[in-house]
Design a protein around this ligand. Structure first.
Ligand SMILES: NC(=O)c1ccc[n+]([C@@H]2O[C@H](COP(=O)([O-])OP(=O)(O)OC[C@H]3O[C@@H](n4cnc5c(N)ncnc54)[C@H](O)[C@@H]3O)[C@@H](O)[C@H]2O)c1
Length: 325
């Protein structure tokens, strides 16, 4: 059994390989070529354990993630966990890898895929609201897929963004990019062509004014429960459609369930990324308006496909620790 820690995983596969795996995951899901039950939550008050099993593409995997909201106050990560890969023929455990690293890599890649297809080609600025673990990886992928020259940051609670900026600079060290800290989300919005939100917010992060949102590419990844919101209702007067991963997102995320309940959004405007990618690869490029919106809640097949490419590349490059038990 191969054990992969964070360092191993970062060395194994490059960003574009993980984005390609996420594109494949979107398509497999929409072609119904996987078994992907809704994620199973075990909760004790606000402490959540998530279990995300999936079968697809000749591999079986389960991610187990702990989401403990009090952790950041204790200086501990909000998310932690484990990914297990099993052999499709025998069920034998083939690999164990760090769940929080996989989550950040695959969620960053999902945002990267959205920017690849939805952000205007000549976008040079990206804003991030929520400078935590997911936010860091969202920016790393954004810089991979567009020629970013300016990054704008805003976080309502982080008192000191220097450690975040240090990590970001290390990760994008080969690029000449200006990094700016904003006073509030409105300042960030006014400067950014691509806007990423990666928070645990319960109220929209931006003022409900369509003029301020117009023409931008939004990637909202934070809201994954009905009481969580990042995007204001004004977005619905600007976009023809919202793109997401799976129908369950409409129940899970307040960014979708609340406007659906209010009638601001109707199901015919909820589109799936896998269908978009299939249409595009068949030469039917779906028409996009000037404002674009990708709402992510994540799905177990992202973990499976990202873990598979990391595992295969690790074996090829002889990375990781083999354990016999
Ligand atoms: N879509 C997906 O696939 C996916 C995957 C993993 C995590 N998530 C979600 O993304 C969110 C962020 O996760 P993380 O691991 O980066 O957490 P984190 O705690 O590392 O980072 C979140 C950051 O957002 C900031 N923040 C919180 N509320 C804010 C607000 N109202 N305005 C501005 N900043 C705010 C916090 O201060 C923190 O710095 C969580 O809700 C998590 O569940 C989504």
């Amino acid at each position: 059994m191969l054990v992969l820690n964070e360092k191993d995983m970062m060395l194994a596969a490059d960003l574009s390989e993980i984005m390609d795996a996420i594109e494949k995951a979107h398509i497999i899901f929409r072609e119904d070529k996987c078994y992907l039950p809704d994620r199973y939550l075990v909760c004790d008050n606000n402490k959540i354990m998530m279990y995300m099993p999936c079968y697809a593409n000749g591999v079986i995997g389960t991610k187990m993630l702990a989401e403990f909201p009090e952790n950041p106050k204790k200086g501990l990560p909000y998310l932690s966990g484990l990914m297990i890969l099993n052999n499709y023929e025998t069920g034998a455990t083939e690999a164990v890898m760090k769940g929080e690293t996989l989550t950040a890599l695959r969620t960053g890649a999902a945002g990267g895929v959205a920017i690849r297809h939805f952000a205007h080609e000549n976008s040079h600025s990206v804003g991030l609201v929520g400078c935590g673990v997911q936010g860091l990886y969202q920016l790393i992928y954004a810089c991979e897929v567009r020629d970013i020259k300016s990054i704008y940051l805003f976080d309502a609670y982080a008192k000191n963004l220097e450690p975040f900026i240090d990590k970001l600079k290390k990760a994008i060290s080969t690029k000449e990019i200006q990094i700016h800290i904003c006073e509030d989300a409105a300042e960030l919005l006014s400067h950014s062509e691509i806007v990423i939100t990666a928070t645990q917010a319960r109220e929209p992060l931006f003022v409900n004014d369509a003029k301020l949102l117009e023409g931008k590419c939004f990637v909202a990844i934070g809201s994954w429960q009905p009481h969580m919101r990042e995007m204001p209702d004004a977005i619905w007067s600007l976009v023809d459609n919202v793109y997401t991963e799976l129908p369950f997102a409409c129940e899970e995320s307040g960014d979708l369930s609340q406007p659906l309940e209010k009638g601001l959004l109707t199901m015919d405007r909820v589109k799936f990324m896998g269908d978009f990618l299939k249409d595009k690869s068949n030469g039917n490029i779906p028409k996009l308006g000037s404002t674009r919106y990708y709402k992510s809640v994540g799905m177990g097949i992202f973990d499976l496909m990202a873990a598979q490419v990391i595992f295969n590349k690790s074996k090829e490059k002889k990375i990781g620790t083999e354990i016999v038990w």
